[in-house]
Design a protein around this ligand. Structure first.
Ligand code: PMV
Length: 336
């Protein structure tokens, strides 16, 4: 632990966003954020949140600052509620000064809540002197944002849905380290403003979809097959499962009441371009979270050919090129 001036202790952590290869959509417990299904993801090297926290006896409330961005009242409240969970565990009543910075646009389907709550969990637990295992950190991060549980372990990650009511077996663990497979996630950003319906809000209506049960009945098989494709580094098998699961989640979203449609004409154009590249012999696949941006997944050897093709599409704001990354960790460079 580090001392800041005389009394407040200050620590910083960095956490990656992650892209789900088999997606999480729907909760069985809202409060504990327990998922209806297990999910599988990869941490992203070039989409991360850095968060510095200092606790102080003199602060009357949490002071939360989003650098180069802003938090709504509800977002500030969600962060303070998460700090309360960690304060409770540590037996602390001190308030915190928090500064946080994303290197990518928030709330645009690039899992900023995943990196944000993973970084906050690791930094606050560390600064309050809690000695938690990765499993405990993942369980804690999950309560801030479900997908944040997957940004704690390294590389390629499985979040087990668990079966216990208290959520003590619903956590993420690493399947393979970041160095395991040289695949890239090119996040093609077509919109960098906040989405209209958050994942949390959208998931609340999941049971209105007539397609949910079908998706849930297949998902364990999808995960088993995805694990096998990863084990064998079988990119074609992996890619087919990736797109199938993405389309299955979006079919549930679109058939919910009210219908959730996150795609724009640019989203469709990129999906079409990916399919066309495949027809031309380039092994490349897409997946999309709760937003219009498209994650284009490709092996290292085909990356530059794919980037060249993607650059030709109209309406693209930027591309974030990611390798698999380590999970959340404490670092020395502070934001204040
Ligand atoms: O944990 P949340 O509320 O950010 O939900 C994430 C949901 C999806 O991004 C759509 C899918 C996933 O598994 O990441």
């Amino acid at each position: 632990m580090k001392q800041y001036n005389n009394s407040p202790m200050k620590t910083t952590a960095i956490a990656p966003a992650n892209i789900a290869f088999v997606k999480y959509w729907g909760k069985r417990d809202e409060k504990l954020r327990l998922p209806l299904n297990s999910s599988l993801s990869m941490n992203l090297s070039n989409a991360h949140t850095t968060t510095t926290v200092a606790f102080s006896k003199t602060l009357k409330k949490d002071v939360i600052n989003a650098i180069n961005d802003s938090f709504s009242h509800d977002e500030q409240k969600r962060i303070s509620t998460h700090l309360d969970r960690i304060r409770k565990l540590a037996g602390s009543t001190m308030h915190a000064r928090v500064a946080t910075k994303n290197n990518f646009p928030k709330s645009a389907g690039i899992a900023s809540s995943a990196s944000g709550f993973a970084a906050l969990t690791v930094v606050a637990a560390h600064v309050l002197g809690l000695q938690l295992s990765k499993k405990e950190l993942s369980i804690l991060a999950r309560q801030g944002s479900g997908s944040a549980s997957r940004s704690i372990p390294d590389g390629f990650v499985l979040w087990e849905k668990g079966s216990k009511r208290n959520g003590s077996d619903s956590y993420a663990h690493s399947l393979y380290p970041a160095t395991y497979w040289d695949i890239y996630d090119i996040v093609v950003v077509v919109q960098s403003t906040a989405k209209l319906t958050s994942s949390h809000g959208g998931m609340k209506q999941v049971r209105t979809s007539p397609k949910l049960q079908n998706r849930l009945s297949q998902i364990e098989t999808t995960i088993t097959r995805m694990k096998k494709a990863l084990r064998d580094k079988n990119f074609a098998a992996f890619g087919e499962l990736l797109e199938k699961d993405c389309l299955s989640m979006h079919a549930v979203m679109q058939s919910q009441k009210p219908s959730l449609e996150y795609w724009t004409s640019e989203t469709h154009a990129i999906m079409d371009a990916v399919k066309n590249m495949r027809k031309d012999g380039l092994p490349v696949y897409f997946t999309i979270d709760a937003g219009p941006n498209v994650h284009v997944i490709v092996e290292e050897k085909h990356k530059s050919a794919v980037v060249t093709q993607l650059k030709k599409i109209k309406g693209i704001k930027m591309m974030l090129i990611n390798k698999p990354a380590k999970g959340a960790r404490v670092i020395d460079k502070h934001l204040f």
